[in-house]
Write a protein that binds this ligand. Structure first.
Ligand SMILES: Cc1cc2nc3c(=O)[nH]c(=O)nc-3n(C[C@H](O)[C@H](O)[C@H](O)COP(=O)(O)OP(=O)(O)OC[C@H]3O[C@@H](n4cnc5c(N)ncnc54)[C@H](O)[C@@H]3O)c2cc1C
Length: 461
């Protein structure tokens, strides 16, 4: 049986930064990373828009899995803030969380990210303009790597790690068992069993059901009560130009008059493209953009999301989100698109209406009627917020603004871990999005660095 000091499950940002920090601080430790997806260079989604137009449900999704995790083809926006992106600060404290996110930023700069722009929302004139219009702009610094530079950074990190850490790609871990004599055994079909003294589990959102099984087997308590549901808005880039030129991404929150629900903008992609996302066979919508001007589009896209928190006896918040996404998949055969003007007039969009509109869609989606998919309360909140945004970015509520549905932000169940991100089983850490504690590149990466430092003895009790 193979024997390691540390086994890391998952090569997303959480796993990569754990490995990186262990390599730096404890080079004598024998470290292995098991990843169910491919190497970075082998990751390729088969959708080419020509022969393959829709998701064909590959065995492992090249967008979500492989070196770089879900973040590999993301927009590479590292939000350095405790205001959103996760609740890591509740475990390790606000200052430490910020320090670690800044440290990750430095590593990114040293590995190909130098020259990319760092935006900041603090003390900007938009904060005032937002407040004057009933909107709240959250504070954050945002490093925008862009999909292209993000890929380069990942490539450099892999080059530095590959001779010091043992990587096993295309090797999903089946189970993790606690050994009687201490440590853990990791089981894989491809590589057999491996033993380790300490195990870092960083399986992200794509590993959520697997994580549930592991927690059940090891009797680690979990909880789950939140899902965010909404649409992706696409409009001419000039409409949001003032905001995106100055802030790159404005995280704006609005409290609706009708129900006092919170609606927020999420994942803003100036001059970007709308894309589909496949989570466990369910097609939802997302977006990204490139730093390279040649790859940019005429449109900006962002999500408008409404958070749903459930209370007893209901506990399957992700199941609720999946059902709504399935409904849109059923009606639209995938993602659905509707003009805002059609939604307000209570009619479906058609190919003709979309074609005649002034916004050229960047994603080929089925024209339809989102009011048949989204619950009224959620849709009402989104419409209210579009009118509120229209006051700070006139044109947002134009009839031709496109709404793609549905966008669902699933939250992993929260795994019970202590302030050191360690489970009740000593030496078993759960980090990144798979822990339910983080929901972003910067928080997931920071959690990886934190645990690595602790294992290396560089983090005090
Ligand atoms: C299209 C898209 C765009 C995004 N854009 C941004 C953005 O701009 N900014 C931002 O902050 N966040 C963004 N995100 C979210 C961000 O990518 C995640 O928050 C981040 O990647 C989480 O890191 P992680 O390491 O926790 O998990 P992941 O990145 O999900 O990595 C987990 C890895 O574990 C592997 N794995 C799972 N189960 C197993 C198993 N049983 N055995 C072995 N390996 C396993 C997976 O294959 C995966 O590679 C985006 C996400 C998507 C999908």
């Amino acid at each position: 049986m193979k024997n390691y000091d540390v086994i890391i499950v998952g090569a997303g940002p959480g796993g990569i930064y754990s490995a990186y920090e262990l390599m730096k601080l404890a080079p004598d430790l024998k470290v292995a990373v098991y990843e169910k997806g491919h190497t970075l260079t082998q990751r390729r989604c088969p959708i080419d828009g020509d022969k393959i137009k829709e998701c064909i449900n590959c065995k492992t999704c090249a967008i979500m899995s492989g070196f770089g995790g879900a973040g590999a083809f993301s927009d590479g926006k590292y939000n350095i803030t405790n205001d959103f992106g996760g609740t890591l600060y509740e475990y390790i404290g606000k200052k430490k969380a910020m320090d670690l996110m800044n440290y990750v930023d430095q590593i990114n700069l040293e590995h190909g990210g130098a020259g990319t722009k760092l935006y900041s929302t603090a003390d900007t004139r938009f904060k005032r303009i937002c407040i004057q219009n009933g909107l709240h702009l959250l504070d954050a610094s945002v490093r925008h790597l862009g999909t292209d530079i993000n890929y380069i950074v990942l490539g450099h990190l892999y080059d530095e790690l590959k001779d010091k850490v043992e990587f096993y790609f295309d090797t999903p871990v089946e189970t993790v068992k606690k050994d009687e004599n201490g440590g853990f055994t990791v089981f894989t079909k491809k590589e057999g069993e491996a033993h380790c003294s300490q195990c870092i589990v960083s399986v992200g959102r794509s590993g959520s059901s697997w994580m549930e099984d592991v927690c059940r087997d090891l009797e680690i308590p979990t909880s789950s009560n939140r899902v965010d549901i909404g649409v992706r808005v696409e409009l001419p880039a000039v409409v949001f130009k003032d905001i995106t030129d100055e802030l790159y991404e404005g995280k704006i929150v609005y409290r609706t008059n009708n129900y006092e629900d919170l609606v927020r903008t999420f994942c803003m992609n100036p001059r970007g493209a709308v894309v589909t996302e496949n989570t466990n066979g369910i097609i939802t919508v997302n977006g990204h953009s490139y730093e390279n001007p040649e790859l940019q589009t005429e449109n900006t896209n962002f999500a408008l999301l409404v958070a749903k928190h459930f209370s007893e006896p209901f506990s399957d918040s992700n199941g609720y989100g999946e059902s709504i996404a399935r409904l849109s998949n059923m009606l639209g055969g995938g993602v659905m698109v509707q003009r805002f003007g059609d939604l307000i007039r209570g009619r479906r969009s058609t190919e003709k209406r979309i074609r005649e509109g002034l916004v050229v869609p960047t994603l080929s989606a089925t024209p339809g009627d989102l009011s048949l998919v989204l619950p009224k309360r959620i849709l009402d909140g989104i419409i209210e917020m579009i009118y509120a945004l229209d006051k700070i970015a006139p044109g947002t509520a134009n009839s031709d603004t496109l709404l793609y549905g549905v966008e669902v932000k699933f939250y992993n169940m929260e795994v019970k871990i202590d302030n050191h991100l360690e489970t009740m089983h000593k030496g078993l850490y759960v980090i990144g999005d798979g822990s339910g504690v983080t929901h972003s590149l910067s928080h997931a990466s920071a959690s990886g660095v934190y645990v690595a430092r602790r294992i290396a003895g560089a983090e005090a009790d």
